[in-house]
Design a protein around this ligand. Structure first.
Ligand SMILES: Nc1ncnc2c1ncn2[C@@H]1O[C@H](COP(=O)(O)OP(=O)(O)OP(=O)(O)O)[C@@H](O)[C@H]1O
Ligand SMILES: [Mg+2]
Length: 327
């Protein structure tokens, strides 16, 4: 990855911690002390098994947590402002206009009774001063073209679209207000392999053409290798490892990253046996003492079950939270 200097940092997340406090139940410590930086035009992969806190981290930084969700500590610096300190109207000015999100399962969230074109126009109206129909129509067509949907489809309803087209329409909505950062939360999970590849190519092109910074949340390490510059590996709500993509694939330091990679097919190493990680991620209400990965870790030793490992810097931008890297 090209080393970019810090003035290119567009989003700087520091020590973000998020709880869910369901009524009458113990709080879920869903995200703890996660920090990362995103540079202009950079794609960061966010990976980790189900329940590791990926969606919570993203909803938290957009301040879109569901009821019961609460930011406990942390800063989200975006273009010189800490988003956590903004008033709700100020934050409304940032969402979609500066940072937008394609939600997990989003393609099913289109409204069935409005045409796709109208729904994209609706997203535009959130931040565009004009209400002039001709101007809005032109921009809707421009956005449809950007995501590869024919102009003739503008006045159709979501049920007339295929799954891949619905996902493209959601991407068009996310791009409506020219954001600098787009968060894509598993944007291809429900799509077949061919359509998935097309959507990924679309996102790569948009990044190149528009200079977008993208946070790409996924379970698919193959996609990460292809798309991303940097990778944040989360486990049980904490950062297991963060590094540029080559380091993650060639010199993973955290046993969780190593196990995740062993569970994925690698085309360059045909015949290699895939091994699933036995067991499940921990409950977080509260998390177990020590390292959260200890119960499943093939390299576990005594200290792991007693003391929580802190994040340790291994090199330029490479951090991991494992006692093995500090001893
Ligand atoms: N609304 C909620 N109320 C209480 N707990 C929640 C809520 N949403 C998520 N959680 C808990 O927070 C933790 C993190 O969940 P989250 O959805 O962020 O994980 P994820 O990494 O996005 O998983 P997936 O890959 O399945 O999308 C989990 O333990 C989950 O059970
Ligand atoms: Mg999720």
């Amino acid at each position: 990855m090209a080393v970019l200097n810090d003035k290119n940092v567009i989003l700087d997340v520091r020590n973000l911690s998020i709880d869910y406090r369901p009524l009458d139940q113990a709080p879920v410590q869903a995200v703890r002390n996660v920090s990362f930086q995103l540079r202009q035009g950079e794609v960061m992969g966010l990976v980790g098994e189900s329940g590791c806190g990926k969606t919570t981290l993203m909803l938290g930084l957009m301040r879109l947590l569901p009821a019961g969700g609460r930011i406990v500590t942390g800063q989200v610096n975006f273009m010189g402002r800490d988003l956590m300190q903004l008033s709700e109207p100020e934050m409304n000015g940032v969402r979609w206009k500066n940072i937008s999100m394609i939600f997990q399962g989003a393609m099913n969230a289109l409204n069935p009774v409005h045409t796709v074109g109208d729904q994209i126009a609706e997203a535009l109206l959130l931040h565009t001063p004009t209400r002039e129909k001709a101007v809005l129509d032109a921009r809707v067509l421009e956005l449809l073209d950007l995501v590869g949907i024919a102009a003739s489809r503008k006045d159709q309803y979501p049920h007339q679209y295929s799954g891949g087209m619905r996902q493209r329409a959601m991407i068009a909505m996310a791009l409506a207000c020219n954001p600098q950062v787009v968060i894509a939360d598993e944007p291809t999970t429900a799509l077949d392999v061919m359509i998935q590849a097309q959507i990924l190519e679309l996102l790569s092109n948009l990044r190149r053409e528009l200079g977008l910074a993208i946070i790409f949340v996924t379970h698919d390490l193959g996609v990460v290798a292809e798309m991303c510059d940097a990778v944040l590996v989360m486990y049980g709500g904490v950062t297991a490892e963060l590094a540029d993509v080559d380091t993650i694939y060639n010199e993973p330091a955290h046993p969780y990253t190593q196990e995740l990679l062993r569970a994925f097919p690698d085309l360059t190493r045909p015949g290699e046996k895939l091994t699933a990680i036995p067991g499940y991620p921990p409950r977080l209400d509260p998390p177990p003492p020590g390292c959260r990965f200890a119960p499943r870790c093939p390299k576990v030793f005594e200290r792991c079950t007693q003391e929580e490992p802190m994040l340790h810097e291994l090199g330029d931008g490479h951090v991991a939270s494992c006692h093995l890297v500090t001893t």
